[in-house]
Write a protein that binds this ligand. Structure first.
Ligand code: AHG
Ligand code: MN
Ligand code: MN
Ligand code: MN
Length: 323
């Protein structure tokens, strides 16, 4: 089985970018080790702090953030970084070529129950038209990502990565400590009978998504004419990993739950990297009105509605918003 670095070289990826990806993965191996140790590593439970989004931080949110941040700041390829757990951007090496954004630990509510969790990351070329330490470094559309990936800490630790070409899948071989290529190119089936949405939010949904989900639930007796099944991981990486593997649709629509937050998921370090991975695996990733990868960000923590997965099903869902 092929190792990561030779595979990336064969894909024509710049050596500097390969070194940067390897830095993130070195941090991911540290996190994987601690996750595997569970309660023995003292990383379960909450801190007394909140992040800028008002979420109580879990110990592992903070530990994972610190590990990735420290390693990235030691890497001279990084001009600035942004993280879910950092209020604002963190400056790295002046005039370095890349900027990195990450969700150090996705699926925080799964940490204490030994459920699937992950680390999501994205890399862009740094901008030379704004200062090194300006948040505007990150005001770049998702379609300009030079690399997107996640590491899923599940029963196996897996890396899913795209550097612009196909979305490839690697598995961490704990015996030698390296990521080995296990799926050359993920290919999401365009049709599906599986959906993922947090149904507990139903009373906050807008009419379009209410009607779409109601039609799915009707199954073979409704206008869809086929039976659907529902899966919800409470970790977007887990849901998207299932969809990349066997198809499906993931929806976290806008809702009226919090008048200050029209949607839940974060564009920069959740929606955009996962959208690139889904699109490069022949899937589709949208908000309720357009492609996620076309949005010009104005805030590093800005939130967006997300509908992604099997191409035809995503288009069917979007048609409800067009009527
Ligand atoms: P995070 O743990 O990084 O804050 O992200 C959690 C996100 C996402 O992973 C997941 O799909 C969603 O929140 C879960 O939302 P619910 O609490 O509505 O299930
Ligand atoms: Mn969080
Ligand atoms: Mn997250
Ligand atoms: Mn997180």
């Amino acid at each position: 089985m092929q190792r990561l670095t030779p595979r990336l070289r064969k894909d024509g990826v710049d050596l500097e970018l390969i070194m940067l990806i390897r830095t993130i993965l070195a941090a991911s191996k540290e996190i994987a080790f601690r996750v595997n140790q569970g309660a023995l590593s003292g990383i379960l439970g909450s801190t007394l702090d909140e992040n800028i989004q008002g979420e109580t931080q879990k110990k592992l949110d903070v530990v994972a953030n610190q590990l990735i941040k420290d390693m990235l700041l030691d890497n001279e390829q990084v001009r600035a970084l942004a993280s879910e757990e950092e209020d604002t951007i963190v400056a790295g090496t002046e005039n370095a070529p890349y900027i990195v954004a990450f969700d150090p630990l996705d699926g925080s509510s799964n940490i204490d129950i030994n459920g699937s969790i992950g680390t999501i990351f994205t890399i862009y070329n740094a901008r030379n038209d704004v200062p090194n330490d300006s948040p505007e470094q990150f005001h770049q559309r998702g379609k300009y990502q030079v690399c997107a990936g996640y590491v899923l800490y599940g029963p196996a630790t897996m890396l899913v990565l795209s550097t612009g070409g196909p979305t490839r899948c690697y598995t961490l071989d704990a015996t030698h400590g390296g990521y080995l290529l296990t799926t050359e190119a993920l290919d999401i089936p365009s049709e599906t009978q599986e959906y993922a949405i947090n149904g507990a939010n139903q009373r906050f949904w807008h009419t379009e998504i209410k009607q779409y989900i109601a039609d799915l639930i009707q199954g073979e007796e409704g206008i869809r004419g086929k039976r659907f099944n529902m899966r919800w991981n409470a970790a977007m990486v887990g849901d998207v990993h299932r969809i990349l593997t066997r198809g499906g649709i993931f929806c976290y629509p806008s809702d009226t739950k919090d008048p200050n937050q029209p949607a839940k998921l974060r564009l920069l370090y959740e929606a955009n990297p996962l959208a690139m991975l889904v699109e490069n695996a022949n899937g589709k990733a949208c908000t309720e009105t357009g492609d996620i990868l076309d949005i010009l960000p104005h805030d590093i923590h800005q939130r967006v509605p997300v509908i992604m997965g099997s191409r035809n099903e995503v288009e069917t869902c979007l048609n409800y918003y067009k009527q």
